[in-house]
Design a protein around this ligand. Structure first.
Ligand code: FMN
Length: 187
């Protein structure tokens, strides 16, 4: 088993188009969601929720999103139109992390948003810990109302991320990481 630190130091996001079957079982999905729901949350507001997409339902959503994209993006290039169906079709499991952050008497909205980000990251790390690959993406569907209506994201909510999870069909090469001296200041 990969230790937590080793995982955190080596984790790499596969391309979403490289994520294939098998995906997590029902029991593993429960584990992933349990990890995602166990994040720091100032004020215990639970300012997020999860939309789980898999199987036939995910196929339907993927197909409907392609139609929405065609309609609302008349400027799209042939290449974009060709690639669009791949967005939700590949990975066997996609979890939308929905932020419910809003004004609160004590807890700044920013902190509620950060908690949704933490939920995204817990999902990614937990998926890797189970031996799957996971990638946190947004894309147009996270921002455009017709797509949000399709998956049931309300007017006062936002998509923090679509976490695509599956078995990577290809290894992802390393990418440059920031040098610690560029991002760390010891005070
Ligand atoms: C909020 C958020 C949204 C992201 N959206 C996208 C996206 O739409 N497309 C994309 O290619 N990467 C996106 N990324 C970046 C990937 O999650 C990932 O970090 C990137 O592929 C680099 O891989 P790494 O996790 O191995 O560093 C997003 C990251 C964050 C935090």
């Amino acid at each position: 088993m990969t230790s937590t630190l080793e995982l955190l130091k080596t984790r790499r996001s596969p391309r979403i188009t490289d994520l294939r079957e098998p995906g997590p079982s029902a029991g593993e999905i429960e584990t992933l969601l349990t990890a995602a729901a166990r994040v720091p949350d100032h004020g215990k507001l639970v300012p997020w929720r999860f939309l789980v997409m898999q199987g036939e339902k995910k196929k339907e959503i993927a197909a409907a999103l392609v139609q929405i994209f065609r309609k609302s993006h008349p400027e799209a290039t042939e290449d974009q139109l060709r690639k669009e169906p791949e967005r939700f079709a590949g990975a066997p499991l996609v979890v939308a992390v929905v932020s419910k952050a809003g004004e609160h008497i004590k807890i700044p909205e920013w902190e509620q948003i950060l908690s949704a980000g933490a939920a995204c990251m817990n999902l990614v790390v937990a998926a890797h810990a189970l031996g799957y690959g996971a990638n946190w993406v947004t894309g147009w569907a996270a921002y455009e109302r017709p797509a949000l209506d399709l998956i049931g994201v309300k007017a006062n909510e936002r998509v923090a991320g679509f976490i695509h999870i599956g078995t990577p069909s290809a290894a992802q090469e390393e990418r440059p990481r920031p040098a610690l001296e560029d991002v760390v200041t010891y005070l």
